[in-house]
Design a protein around this ligand. Structure first.
Ligand code: NDP
Length: 254
């Protein structure tokens, strides 16, 4: 068995049109997987598909709004119809609304929880039957340092990302006997569109992160390439329910 070979496998990546999701998609394509990229922005989606097909695999863009249950179910059905099977689901789509708890509206709370957590539940649930039909599968959920820590501007985001870890563990228990491994990845501070805004808004954030990170740099989306291939491949067949920090040591330094 080639441990890291994904030839013949099909991966669906939510938010795969940029940032961390696209880097994980490119890594899995490099290992031979066909990729369904799902998100709202079709222009970014088409650019991502071009990058992936240039790697010699099949790729397609599926429009989705992950705050909408019907849209998520249609996304999974479109991936199975278009590619013939589904082996790997990366629940990566995410958002943040940076407000203190006293200023966060209930609608904003729901927007963050729906985008980051409920979407992963619905997509995983929809992927279960096709993965069983394929003889097993891999679910990779994207958490955060806010799965582990709190912050004054992270009430909903932290709740969603903490929830991702606990949901991962429960699904891992439920589906182990179906040969479906469910794991979470916890990115540290990564330079993407999401954090570029935070760095503009929060004075001193850039330097504070550097001070606290043993690796002495911000992460880049490509730092997630190895863990994506590992968790998507046979190399991780006895690894389930974990939450793996990709953070240059941020979470282990006091
Ligand atoms: P990006 O903003 O680059 O990516 C977010 C992705 O989510 C985009 O592709 C976006 O696509 C998609 N998305 C957002 N809302 C929706 C929606 N309603 N429906 C469908 N797709 C949606 O940021 P990152 O790459 O940084 O974020 C990816 C994941 O990594 C997120 O879950 C984030 O929380 C997590 N993360 C990031 C960290 C960082 O430091 N950057 C740290 C820890 C975790 P579109 O707008 O086209 O829909």
């Amino acid at each position: 068995m080639k441990l890291f070979d994904l030839s013949g496998k099909v991966a669906l990546v939510t938010g795969g049109n940029g940032g961390i999701g696209l880097a994980m998609a490119e890594a899995m394509a490099g290992a031979g997987a066909d990729i369904a990229v799902a998100a709202r922005n079709a222009e970014k989606g088409r650019a991502a598909v071009d990058k992936l097909t240039a790697l010699g695999v099949k790729a397609d863009f599926i429009p989705v709004d992950v705050t909408d249950e019907a849209s998520i179910k249609a996304m999974v059905a479109a991936a199975v119809d278009g590619f013939g099977r589904l082996d790997i689901l990366v629940n990566n789509a995410g958002t943040n609304i940076r407000k203190r708890p006293e200023a966060l509206s209930v609608a904003e709370w729901h927007q963050v929880i729906d985008t980051n957590l409920t979407s992963a539940f619905i997509a995983s649930q929809a992927a279960y039957a096709p993965m069983c039909a394929a003889g097993g599968g891999k679910v990779i959920n994207i958490g955060s340092m806010m799965s582990l820590f709190g912050g004054p501007f992270h009430t909903a985001y932290g709740a969603s990302k903490g929830g991702i870890v606990q949901m991962t563990r429960s699904m891992a228990c439920a589906w182990a006997a179906d040969n479906i491994q469910v794991n979470a990845v916890l990115p540290g501070w990564i330079d993407t569109e999401l954090t570029r805004l935070a760095r503009q808004d929060i004075e001193g954030l850039h330097e504070r992160i550097l001070d606290r990170t043993p690796a002495d740099r911000w992460g880049v989306p490509e730092d997630h390439a190895g863990v994506a291939v590992f968790l998507a491949s046979a190399a991780s067949n006895f690894v389930t329910g974990t939450a793996i920090p990709i953070d240059g040591g941020f979470s282990i330094q006091i």
